[in-house]
Write a protein that binds this ligand. Structure first.
Ligand code: ASP
Length: 312
């Protein structure tokens, strides 16, 4: 992968993705395989929005690589509260660290940040935009469970505001997956995302009813309705709880259906699914560590010839 930053899934070729997933598989087997080269490296964690998995797995990944992290901490206790711009914040932080993982409520924030710094920036979620490192661990999980060739994937829930959906759909075009998007009318994929998918030759169909396609699916990727992104709470209440699955729903699915979810779940997947062979979402979250180790190893650079903040 020859990129300075990871900003959106659209920048990743099939070759890029496979290289990270292969490396992640190696690191999952042997975390020490990277040797000492990250020992003096620091990764800055800048989260302007809540996070459990993304932040903790980047933190764990960096430490497992032998490096360390510095955390901007909660926005409330940072100088952002005093009115500092994102550009100034990241310009300062690049002096402290070899890479920046950024989550921000504004779409395009990571791209903007990347224009002000020389160290690699990873977009860890920019509003309803993109979440490409999540996509890498999603694909890793799909590859482990179902392989990435000839896949039929259902993506259900909040397709409008769900950034993991936008990134995943974009990356799946590299594998020529058949994609079924299942959502209420008001949470359909945004036109811009659909346009890009069509442009990339995606095979996609939209549905309002899961039962239209459930029996065809290899993977069902369930998402949370992104309550925090609704301009109006009433709009959220109209769709809340509409798309839920339980063990009974899955009786109508293939035995080998894999159910995934980027988490956190609210009520989209009933707890009775957890004990079934379909459930992959906790393993999926755990895969975040080896996948982010592989990604950081690549972006931070193993030697002077690699892009990014190597040698800082
Ligand atoms: N954790 C994922 C994200 O940050 C999914 C979600 O919040 O629903 O986008």
């Amino acid at each position: 992968m020859r990129h300075d930053h990871l900003l959106s899934a659209g920048q990743l070729t099939r070759g890029d993705i496979e290289a990270v997933l292969d490396r992640a598989a190696d690191l999952a087997d042997d975390p020490g395989a990277v040797g000492e080269r990250h020992a003096d490296r620091l990764l800055a964690l800048c989260f302007f929005e809540p996070s459990t998995r993304t932040k903790m797995s980047f933190d764990t990944a960096m430490k497992r690589l032998g490096g360390d992290t510095v955390d901007m901490g909660p926005v409330e206790s940072s100088s952002v509260k005093k009115g500092e711009s994102l550009a100034d914040t990241v310009r300062v932080i690049e002096g402290y660290a070899d890479g920046i993982v950024l989550r921000h409520p504004s779409e395009g924030a990571a791209k903007l940040a990347s224009q002000f710094v020389d160290v690699p920036v990873v977009n860890a979620g920019d509003g309803a935009g993109q979440h490409p490192s999540q996509t890498l661990l999603d694909l890793y999980t799909m590859r482990e469970r179902a392989g990435l060739d000839d896949l039929t994937v259902g993506i259900m829930g909040d397709l409008k505001y769900g950034r993991t959906v936008h990134s995943l759909a974009s990356a799946l075009t590299n594998f020529d997956a058949r994609m079924h998007f299942i959502s209420p009318e008001s949470l359909r994929l945004p036109h811009g995302v659909q346009f890009d998918l069509h442009d990339a030759g995606a095979r996609l169909r939209e549905h309002t009813d899961l039962d239209d396609v459930l029996s065809e699916l290899d993977v069902l990727y369930v998402t949370r309705i992104q309550r925090e992104r609704f301009p109006d709470e009433n709009e959220y209440q109209q769709v809340a709880g509409e798309y839920q699955i339980d063990a009974g729903t899955l009786e109508r699915a293939r035995d080998d259906l894999t159910v995934m979810h980027p988490l956190p779940r609210v009520d989209e997947i009933a707890p009775d699914v957890d004990a079934t062979d379909h459930a992959a979402y906790f393993a999926q979250a755990h895969n975040g560590v080896p996948v982010r180790m592989a990604l950081l190893d690549e972006l931070l650079g193993g030697d002077a010839a690699t892009d990014g903040g190597a040698g800082r």
